[in-house]
Write a protein that binds this ligand. Structure first.
Ligand code: ADP
Ligand code: MG
Length: 334
């Protein structure tokens, strides 16, 4: 069955890019393709916040890519009908024959027909496009409508060490599916005036979802995004988030970096677009922080040394000067 209707984008079947030779490709692809990697433990992390524009997709794409570069087999699941995570990995959303929508609606569709391996070793994608908007209605009539994603991931989770889910900016049935399927929740918080206001509503919803649908859901952490060291507001918001959520706030802070906003238009995660940028530096730091949080016994030195494609650089001049400004209290304030 064709994966794409018109394969002119350089898009390839996952099994063709994973080192499986064409001679052996008659064997059902998924079992062969993942044969070496049955992971005893899979971490399913929902990147979620009902607000739009807070850095969910930027975080989901770049965290997935950084984990993959640290030799963690990672699946990025695009659960947003906007499909920004999909296009952010260079996939033309208009030519997909199947998306996550088809998998959610049709239990019998093989995941192999949908999964892609577009830009990087160890990084796989369940893509989405605008069709997924119909799921908000179509799912309502199906049995187990809150658990469709959970059941889907249950069948494939052993093939991956990390599954990262990008969420839509809403609290509908798609988000309930995400929170039902995830074991951990990562909440990006943008440094802006109303950050905390939306957050308390979201935390309330999370508590309700946890008690109704997923008692295992844990808060992995809040990630401060788009921090601008020239403004007092960024510092105030960060202090407030830390005051309310204490140790749940990641040590890693994601600063504003124009390269992060450029990378999606080139269809690349930041470490492939500009590995020396501050954006690449901070998302690698986040990936390492998450690994040490979830796998405290694993030495990060070993992982980093094995990294095939990423060479983490010291802070760039831009970052160093932003830090300097921050220390000196330079900035226009809110
Ligand atoms: N750290 C950052 N620095 C600069 N731009 C960013 C950063 N994080 C996100 N952006 C930009 O902000 C916008 C919203 O981010 P996005 O990840 O799409 O948010 P969401 O998925 O929550 O709607 C996008 O244009 C993105 O490129
Ligand atoms: Mg998004």
């Amino acid at each position: 069955m064709a994966l794409v209707t018109n394969d002119t984008s350089g898009l390839m079947r996952a099994d063709l890019l994973s080192g499986v030779s064409r001679e052996t490709s008659l064997i059902p692809s998924r079992r062969l393709f993942f044969l070496e990697a049955e992971n005893p433990m899979t971490y399913i992390i929902a990147v979620s916040n009902q607000k739009g524009g807070v850095g969910k997709t930027t975080t989901a794409v770049n965290l997935s890519s950084c984990l993959a570069s640290l030799n963690r087999k990672t699946l990025l699941v695009d659960m947003d009908p906007q499909g920004n995570a999909t296009s952010g990995l260079g996939i033309d959303k208009r030519i997909l024959a199947f998306t996550i929508y088809d998998l959610l609606l049709d239990n019998s569709l093989p995941v192999d027909n949908v999964i892609l391996n577009p830009v990087q070793n160890n990084l796989f994608l369940l893509p989405s496009n605008i069709q997924l908007i119909g799921a908000e209605i179509d799912l309502l009539n199906l049995p187990g409508k809150e658990y469709r994603l959970k059941n889907l991931l249950h069948n494939i989770h052993r093939d991956f060490e990390f599954i990262i889910i990008d969420s839509p900016p809403s609290l509908g049935i798609l988000t309930i599916n995400i929170l039902s399927a995830a074991s951990y929740l990562l909440i990006p918080v943008q440094c802006e005036y109303y950050a905390l206001e939306g957050l308390s509503l979201f935390m309330e919803t999370m508590k309700r979802v946890k008690s109704s649908f997923n008692r295992n859901l844990q808060l992995l952490g809040l990630l401060v995004t788009m921090f601008d060291s020239r403004t007092n507001l960024s510092r105030q918001v960060t202090d407030d988030v830390k005051k309310h959520f204490g140790n749940f706030v990641f040590n890693t802070l994601i600063l504003r970096n124009v390269r992060l906003s450029e990378a999606p238009s080139f269809g690349k995660p930041i470490i492939l677009y500009d590995k020396n940028s501050t954006g690449a530096h901070f998302y690698m730091q986040l990936a390492e922080e998450i690994i040490s949080k979830l796998q405290p016994n694993v030495s990060l030195d070993n992982i980093t040394n094995n990294s095939p494609s990423v060479d983490i650089q010291p802070l760039s001049q831009e970052e160093a000067s932003l830090d300097k400004e921050n220390e000196n209290g330079v900035g226009a304030g809110a």
